[in-house]
Write a protein that binds this ligand. Structure first.
Ligand SMILES: *[C@@H]1O[C@H](CO)[C@@H](O)[C@H](O)[C@H]1NC(C)=O
Ligand SMILES: *[C@@H]1O[C@H](CO)[C@@H](O)[C@H](O)[C@H]1NC(C)=O
Ligand SMILES: *[C@@H]1O[C@H](CO)[C@@H](O)[C@H](O)[C@H]1NC(C)=O
Length: 237
């Protein structure tokens, strides 16, 4: 009888813990109430993804900084996003048009006709941020600031957690586009680039290892240990 009661108490308290968690998640995963004004400049702060490999490759191989400037076009609800990327000293720009309506962002074709599934804007407690959940199971945190507080990042992590997605990885925050190397001008110095990428991978190898573990935990134990060991050795000279 006593065991039963203990079990009942444990179950009851677990239930209320779960309810609290799912209520919090319900709130965190709600779309924004009214379309925030997206015009102007934003910095991409962090990324989470359903498959940890996406966020892992972004943060431990490419590690770009990304700034986007959103302007409205003459057509109603059509916006142009101009992206500025920087990675390992190289800078690139790119632009894309979107339809922005009902808290969702659609890619558009040349005639401004929406294409495919929309990206969704989610609630954010951070006053000058927005969170996008895209069609490829990736979650992005943008802010007007180049970096956000730990509490704001923590909230984004909870949003990712609620979806069961990867721990957020933070983008590079070097947005200085003076003295850039240009890929087009043939500035690429492969040995410099590969040693920088190798250095970055070495410094973030625990992130790769964690993703690796999550992906391959079902491998036979010896195979797993062998791969883990090889991965560690690779970065340890
Ligand atoms: C954003 O784009 C508009 C239109 O091209 C331009 O006037 C504005 O200066 C840009 N803002 C930034 C921060 O680059
Ligand atoms: C947005 O909502 C309005 C009203 O519900 C609807 O008419 C319109 O088609 C929606 N737009 C998109 C792009 O889904
Ligand atoms: C946040 O960004 C500012 C520049 O906007 C920079 O000076 C500062 O060092 C950054 N802080 C952190 C913790 O990265």
């Amino acid at each position: 009888m006593k065991t039963l009661c203990v079990a009942a108490v444990v179950v009851l308290s677990l239930t209320s813990v779960c309810q609290a968690a799912s209520l919090a998640c319900e709130k965190l995963l709600k779309p924004v109430d009214n379309d925030p004004d997206l015009r102007g400049s934003w910095y991409l702060i962090a990324i989470s993804s359903q498959s940890c490999w996406v966020s892992t490759v972004v943060s431990s191989v490419l590690w770009p900084s990304i700034e986007v400037n959103v302007t409205s076009k003459d057509t109603r609800n059509i916006y142009t996003a101009e992206y500025k990327y920087k990675f390992y000293g190289y800078c690139e720009t790119d632009s894309e048009d979107y339809l922005y309506e009902n808290n969702t962002l659609f890619d558009v074709n040349v005639n401004s006709t929406p294409l495919g599934q929309p990206d969704e804007l989610l609630q954010s407690g951070c006053p000058d941020c927005f969170v996008v959940k895209d069609d490829y199971s990736i979650l992005f945190l943008f802010s007007r600031r180049q970096n956000v507080t730990d509490a704001e990042l923590k909230e984004f992590e909870s949003q990712a957690d609620c979806l069961g997605w990867s721990k957020p990885q933070v983008f590079n925050s070097d947005h200085d586009h003076t003295n850039c190397l240009s890929v087009e001008d043939g500035d690429e110095d492969m040995s410099r680039l590969s040693s920088l990428i190798f250095e970055r991978m070495k410094n973030t190898y625990t992130v790769q290892l964690k993703c690796f573990t999550e992906t391959f935990y079902s491998l036979p134990d010896t195979a797993f240990k062998w791969t883990q060991q090889s991965w560690s050795n690779f970065f340890s000279f």
